[in-house]
Write a protein that binds this ligand. Structure first.
Ligand SMILES: Nc1ncnc2c1ncn2[C@@H]1O[C@H](COP(=O)(O)OP(=O)(O)OP(=O)(O)O)[C@@H](O)[C@H]1O
Length: 292
């Protein structure tokens, strides 16, 4: 049998290049796999995936131009490549800086290998009911609140703008956080699964001109956050006590308990990927429309 295989290789394998694999080659492949994996995670967790999407569309366009031999487009593409790369670096400078800062952190090794057991876990019914209870209790006494319920897109960059926490969601804790004149009441909290992971977070403000003028920055921040992620953002107005929800760049104002429950149930059970793509697509379209 062995001889047959050897004879077969001798006969048909002539001219084939069979590389010798050394231990260093294996280590190199492992290092590259690890680095590529980390870059993919970084892209997924930041706005960089939008850039990636843009690059894919652009690459498709250039491919079509190459197939149909559109020389002018190819010439422009070739010559603007360096400019585009520089522009991307400038636009994504905050994300790149944060990624490099992370490299310098002490707990880098423990955090870079993301054993993300909780990644896809949706929040429990207790969490859902506690959020509803807290929002309407705060509404009754006109305590302002801003709660970001994270979905498939990891909100790491917004989380880091606030004070890191690791606390099980409960209505009492939520009410306590947003109590006036307490250190954590300002800004937003981020809820991941059943836990509050950060408080006093700063969210991106929406530049949507359609947002009612009687709403201030809390509601604008809620819409802004929902434009750049698939998160469900709940606000409690300090002025009116009304509870509103922002998702996919849309703000649904003054909802009641049952409506908030439906909204939370939707994100609790929907497929994360479908949800993410739908919400992002909606947000992106609104943004594109606005800019046209
Ligand atoms: N970019 C932001 N990120 C997170 N929280 C924000 C942001 N901007 C404002 N806030 C929160 O909103 C509060 C100010 O709310 P403001 O009165 O301007 O908004 P509003 O939409 O009118 O809400 P309300 O009806 O509660 O008054 C701030 O104290 C802060 O807690």
């Amino acid at each position: 049998m062995g001889q047959t295989i050897a004879a077969f290789i001798d006969k048909y394998g002539i001219g084939l290049y069979i590389p010798r694999v050394h231990i260093t080659d294996i280590i190199e492949v492992l290092i590259l796999t690890f680095l590529i994996y980390q870059i993919i995670i970084w892209i997924k967790n930041t706005k960089a995936w939008m850039l990636l999407r843009g690059i894919i569309v652009l690459a498709g366009f250039i491919l079509l131009a190459a197939i149909f031999k559109m020389h002018t487009i190819l010439f422009i593409a070739r010559n603007s490549l360096t400019v585009m790369a520089t522009a991307a670096i400038v636009v994504f400078q905050p994300e790149l800086r944060r990624a490099l800062e992370k490299l310098g952190e002490k707990q880098f090794l423990t955090s870079v290998v993301p054993f993300e057991q909780n990644r896809e876990i949706r929040f429990s019914e207790e969490t859902r009911e506690d959020i509803i209870r807290a929002c309407f209790a705060m509404g009754k006494v006109k305590t302002g609140a801003l709660i970001v319920v994270e979905q498939a897109i990891r909100l790491t960059e917004y989380e880091s703008t606030g004070i890191q926490m690791d606390c099980l969601v409960s209505s009492q804790v939520l009410i306590n956080i947003f109590e006036h004149n307490t250190p954590l009441h300002d800004g937003a909290i981020i809820v991941r699964g059943d836990r509050i992971v950060s408080a006093t977070c700063y969210l991106p403000l929406s530049d949507n001109m359609g947002i009612s003028k009687d709403l201030g920055t809390r509601h604008r921040a809620a819409v802004g956050m929902s434009e750049v992620s698939d998160a469900l953002v709940i606000t409690v107005s300090e002025e009116t006590g009304a509870v509103s929800v922002a998702q996919g760049g849309e703000l649904t104002r003054s909802i009641n308990e049952a409506e908030l429950r439906v909204k939370l149930e939707e994100v609790q059970h929907k497929s994360s990927e479908t949800n993410r793509i739908k919400a992002m697509w909606k947000g992106w379209r609104k943004h594109a429309k606005k800019n046209n």
